[in-house]
Design a protein around this ligand. Structure first.
Ligand code: SAM
Ligand code: SF4
Length: 333
């Protein structure tokens, strides 16, 4: 094997978290994420399940302790449960501390138990509104009952659920306090996210951008929120809702930069390893694995660590182009 050295980037940050976008396709079309008409990758360009697993296993061998399956919608990929089972074998003594998923919840009712059987303990479910009409509007055609059923199935299977909610001016801003109260009742965590300028959508994101600093002031006035020291090594800052198990997270890339502690890289379904959400730097692990096998994958990972950017540079202004042309669904958030 070319290298089994730990993953440390050129800025001295240890990379311990791999996100894998297993498909760029989705059964919803959230307005801030995708355009209504999207062109997806032809299937012959995708990594096979075996290739994804082999690449992920190189990361695990080199110290990656957390893997998140995402997309697009990960549960629309046909062999997703096989992949979860394969990676789940590395949990515990196999080097992996956590295998998790971000999903829109539409197919969670069908798959929650299999995911729990594979060793998953937590999932993130996107839910931008609990109002059926607003939910349908944001997702363009989603049915909220299906997602609520998916969340219930996940809980019944023993999975802890965190709700992801993108804060959107004029769409769901008025629902944020209610969402937090509901999460407390349902024993769910909640993470609020600022909309990020990634990929063209049919609307100007500036019209919907809501700085979380404003939201936080409002929530602090309504709830007994205590700052929580919890760090996921990720972008969120956390608060604990007193008297409950609910943790509130804020991901505010536009108003509070979080890149100094960045511990993650992202593999696309086409085999490209992206080093930062806000930049195009990437290496081609599909070419590496197909042309040179695992030693070439290791060498490409090393080359990637040498070019990982220091920070993103997201800005949202009226009429401005996205910071990067690719959509969030390409790299899985
Ligand atoms: N389909 C799954 C879902 O919706 O949870 C997983 C993929 S989705 C790209 C991952 C997360 O990214 C979701 O919570 C979604 O709301 C968020 N997201 C997508 N586009 C975004 C954007 N432009 N800015 C901020 N968050 C975004
Ligand atoms: Fe699909 Fe998730 Fe993007 Fe919504 S946020 S369109 S569910 S990938």
């Amino acid at each position: 094997m070319a290298s089994a050295s730990p993953l440390i980037d050129r800025h001295g940050r240890t990379i311990s978290y791999l996100r894998i976008s297993v498909t760029d396709r989705c059964d919803l079309r959230c307005r801030y994420c995708m355009a209504e008409q999207m062109t997806f990758l032809p299937r012959e360009r995708l990594l096979s399940l075996e290739e994804i697993a082999l690449i992920a296993e190189r990361f695990i061998a080199r110290g990656t302790s957390k893997i998140r399956l995402s997309g697009g919608e990960p549960l629309v990929r046909r062999d997703i449960i096989d992949l979860a089972r394969r990676l789940g074998r590395h949990l515990g003594d196999g080097g992996l501390d956590e295998l998790t998923m971000t999903t829109n919840g539409v197919r969670l009712g069908e798959h929650a138990e299999a995911l729990a059987d594979a060793g998953m303990r937590r999932v993130n479910v996107s839910l931008d509104s609990r109002d059926p009409e607003v939910f349908r509007h944001i997702t363009r055609h989603g049915q909220i009952e299906t997602v609520l059923g998916g969340i219930a199935a996940a809980k019944a299977a023993g999975l802890a659920v965190k709700i992801n909610m993108v804060a959107l001016k004029g769409l769901n801003a008025h629902e944020i306090a209610d969402m937090l109260a509901w999460c407390a009742d349902e024993a769910l965590d909640l993470t609020l996210i600022e909309t990020m300028p990634m990929g063209s959508v049919d609307e100007d994101r500036a019209d919907r951008f809501l700085p979380l600093t404003h939201i936080l002031d409002d929530l602090l006035g309504r709830f007994d929120l205590r700052r929580d020291a919890h760090r996921s090594g990720g972008p969120a800052r956390y608060w604990r809702l007193a008297g409950t198990d609910t943790r509130l997270g804020l991901i505010s890339p536009l108003t509070a930069n979080f890149c100094d502690g960045c511990n993650r890289v992202r593999l696309t379904t086409e085999g490209r390893l992206y080093l930062c959400l806000g930049h195009d730097d990437q290496v081609d692990l599909k070419a590496a694995i197909r042309d040179g096998g695992l030693p070439a994958v290791d060498a490409a990972i090393d080359a990637a660590l040498a070019i990982k950017p220091r920070r993103h540079d997201f800005r949202i202004a009226e009429g401005s182009a996205p910071a990067v042309a690719r959509h969030m669904s390409v790299t899985g958030g």
